[in-house]
Design a protein around this ligand. Structure first.
Ligand SMILES: [Mg+2]
Length: 172
C-alpha cells in the first residue's frame, strides 16, 4: 500500500510549508492543474493564484505538470509565466523522468503537488520524488477523473483500515 501514500498531506496548496520544502533541499515543484490549482472548469488563473505562484517562483522552479492537453494549459502558462508539461500521462513515469532529465534535478530535489492518489501520488512515488496530496479544490470532476475517484475511494478505505491515512488528518 506504500505506493499510494503521499509523503505530505495538506488541505490545499496554500497550507503547504514551502519553507520546510526548501530546507529539505527541494528546488522544483511540479503542480498538477485540475482541482489542485483551480477547478477544471476555470479557464484562466485567478489573481490570488497569480500572486501566490509569483512568490513561489522566487524560491523554486515551477512546472505545471498536467494530464490535460496544451490548449488547456496555455492561458495558465502565459499568465503564471511558468514552464509546463501537458499530456503528462500520469501515473506513467515517462514525463517525470523527462522533467528530471531536462532540468537536471535529482529525485530528492523535486516534489509533485496534486489532488489524486491514482495519478499524481502513485506517479511521483514510482520515480522517488517527494509527493504532496492536497484536497481537490472542487467536488466536481470531469468524467474521466470520476472513474479514478471511485478507485481512489477504495484505496483510501484500505489505507483507513490499516490506519495509514485519513481524509482530513494532515501531516508533513
Ligand atoms: Mg488533478
Amino acid at each position: 500500500m506504500e505506493q499510494y501514500l503521499p509523503d505530505i498531506y495538506q488541505q490545499s496548496i496554500y497550507a503547504v510549508d514551502y519553507k520546510k520544502l526548501k530546507e529539505r533541499g527541494i528546488k522544483c515543484i511540479l503542480f498538477d492543474l485540475d482541482n489542485t490549482l483551480v477547478p477544471y472548469q476555470i479557464k484562466t488563473p485567478p489573481e490570488k493564484l497569480i500572486s501566490f505562484i509569483g512568490e513561489l517562483k522566487k524560491e523554486f522552479k515551477i512546472v505545471l505538470f498536467s494530464n490535460s492537453p496544451k490548449s488547456r494549459l496555455r492561458p495558465f502558462k502565459e499568465q503564471l509565466e511558468v514552464d509546463c508539461l501537458a499530456s503528462a500521462c500520469k501515473p506513467s513515469s515517462y514525463s517525470f523522468f523527462k522533467v528530471l532529465n531536462e532540468y537536471r534535478y535529482n529525485v530528492n530535489e523535486v516534489v509533485i503537488i496534486g489532488d489524486q492518489l491514482i495519478t499524481d501520488i502513485i506517479g511521483g512515488n514510482k520515480v522517488g520524488i517527494t509527493t504532496i496530496l492536497i484536497n481537490p479544490v472542487s467536488t466536481k470532476d470531469p468524467w474521466w477523473t470520476a472513474i479514478n475517484r471511485s478507485r481512489e475511494r477504495r484505496i483510501m478505505k484500505k489505507l483507513n483500515d490499516r490506519d495509514l491515512f485519513f481524509k482530513g488528518r494532515y501531516y508533513d
